[in-house]
Design a protein around this ligand. Structure first.
Ligand code: SF4
Ligand code: SF4
Length: 473
């Protein structure tokens, strides 16, 4: 059957062999300068990712994305689904920030900060090397099956921890605590969610790995639009490196046969493949900027070590820009570097001003289902309404519904005065009773009010319906 497979004329994906089978990556770590910088950044971020749901600001989690109640808390401020403008400004702000950071620093997020890279390169792969040995070196002594089993158990435990951390952003740490301390039979759905998330983490970091960056992540696909010729990228200096080739003996008699000596008309690249074997996505950066490059700088570290060994200046592969490599001239200032920050500033100012002018309550007056109006025995017109109120403050607040001074409308309800906890929402059924002669052409524009007796006073204009004949009847 395997004979029937047609091999691709060239490699389609860096993670696939030409016959379509998985090409397993076992990158050889290059522990150079960038690696040494990336490591504390990565462990700091892991600490931050883990701690964020536990940190409280104004009595709220630093980050809590409560999908069930559709409330999104960021650093002490909660946004509700009714905050359409704020949520839109936030989304635009995040998108603009991504555009700006990518235009300036290329895929610095992918290589240095993305949780996929951080956990894979600084948790799972080091563990893999611990159990299976360094790539290209002898395997550690001992029973291979036992080592594989132990590795799986450790992966499973870490994946379970990650799954709990991940879910705490969406369910909150209190719910998580209850899930953990309670029996699975008390929370069967929660247990299944947790088990499935752990399974997904294990699948991702234990099996799927770099393919997330290569075939799933949309950000990689957007980079050609987001980068320009002046963005910071990791690039191989072709002019300096080519023609590449291994160093050989000098042809002249008595020549030095050391590898450190350039013997022919060659560039600085000794074609040692160290930059390829260290690449976590399996590409050769000498082929130019590629979608698969996550900007991890491992190839820089690998090549710098080689250059130092052969007595050449480091930086054959380096952080630079396409323009700088081609013309030796870097250009920082360009239109998008000015336009993105300006747009970001406008969006930021808009966001802060909308947020700071938010009232202490969200109120909506809605018509109750059923007839548009009724006539009472006393000949007045009644409209059935529902007034939905959400407490936007951080303290329990008592609200009172009423009508504007001089209004002919009378409100009837069991609870015109009510107290709401922070973030709580309620829907109050209200009947608005209006003299018939207040209606003109079947409508009366009433003004309802809501107050908390202190800072909050809201006018709630609402069109009541009545008989078309109104006062004349
Ligand atoms: S590590 Fe440097 S010298 Fe070695 S193949 Fe890569 S670019 Fe060439
Ligand atoms: S090419 Fe270099 S920077 Fe890009 S992913 Fe591979 S090792 Fe990392």
């Amino acid at each position: 059957m395997a004979d029937a497979l047609i091999e691709a004329p060239e490699r389609v994906l860096s993670t696939l062999n030409q016959d379509g089978t998985r090409r397993w990556m076992r990158p050889r770590p290059s522990r150079g300068t960038f690696w040494k910088w990336r490591r504390p950044v990565a462990y700091g971020l892991i600490l931050l990712f883990t701690a964020l749901p536990w940190i409280t600001i104004n009595g709220k989690p630093a980050v809590f994305l409560d999908l069930i109640h559709r409330e999104f808390t960021f650093f002490g401020k909660t946004l509700l689904p009714t905050d359409t403008l704020l949520l839109a400004l936030l989304a635009i702000g995040i998108a603009l920030a991504i555009f700006l950071v990518t235009a300036l620093f290329g895929r610095i997020w992918c290589g240095w900060m993305c949780p996929q890279t951080v956990y894979l390169e600084f948790v799972y792969r080091p563990l893999e090397r611990l159990f299976d040995g360094e790539p290209g070196r002898r395997k550690p002594a001992g029973n291979t099956t036992l080592r594989k089993f132990l590795r799986f158990v450790v992966y499973l435990l870490i994946s379970a921890f990650l799954a709990h951390t991940f879910l705490s952003y969406f369910v909150g740490v209190e719910n998580l605590r209850a899930w953990i301390t309670g029996s699975p039979t008390e929370h069967p759905i929660a247990f299944l969610v947790m088990a499935a998330t752990t399974g997904l983490m294990l699948f991702d970091f234990g099996y799927f790995r770099e393919q997330v960056c290569v075939v799933v992540c949309p950000y990689a696909r957007m980079q050609s639009a987001l980068l320009d010729r002046d963005s910071l990228i990791i690039s191989y200096d072709k002019a300096r490196g080519e023609p590449r080739g291994k160093r050989g003996k000098k042809h002249k008699a008595g020549a030095d046969v050391s590898l450190n000596v350039i013997t022919e008309d060659r560039g600085d690249c000794v074609d040692c493949h160290m930059c390829v074997t260290t690449c976590p996505t399996g590409i050769d950066i000498r082929d130019g900027l590629q979608l698969e490059c996550i900007g991890c700088a491992q190839c820089i570290d690998a090549c710098n070590t080689v250059m130092s060994k052969i007595g050449k200046p480091t930086g054959l592969i380096r952080y630079t820009s396409q323009r700088a490599v081609e013309t030796k001239k870097a250009r920082l200032l360009r239109p998008r570097i000015v336009i993105y920050p300006l747009m970001l500033l406008v969006v930021g100012v808009g966001f802060v001003s909308v947020l700071s002018t938010k009232a202490g309550a969200d109120v909506q007056v809605l018509r109750a289902p059923g007839l548009p109006f009724n006539l009472t025995d006393a000949g007045e017109v009644s409209n059935q309404l529902r007034v939905r109120v959400t407490n936007r403050t951080d303290a329990p607040t008592t609200y009172t519904l009423g009508v504007a001074e001089g209004s002919p409308v009378t409100l009837m309800s069991d609870s015109l005065t009510f107290t709401l906890e922070p973030g709580q929402q309620t829907s109050i059924p209200v009947i608005a009773v209006t003299p018939r002669d207040a209606f003109v052409s079947g409508v009366h524009d009433a003004s309802l009010t809501l107050t908390d007796g202190a800072d909050l006073w809201k006018d709630l204009p609402y069109r009541l319906l009545g008989p078309a004949t109104g006062a004349s009847q």
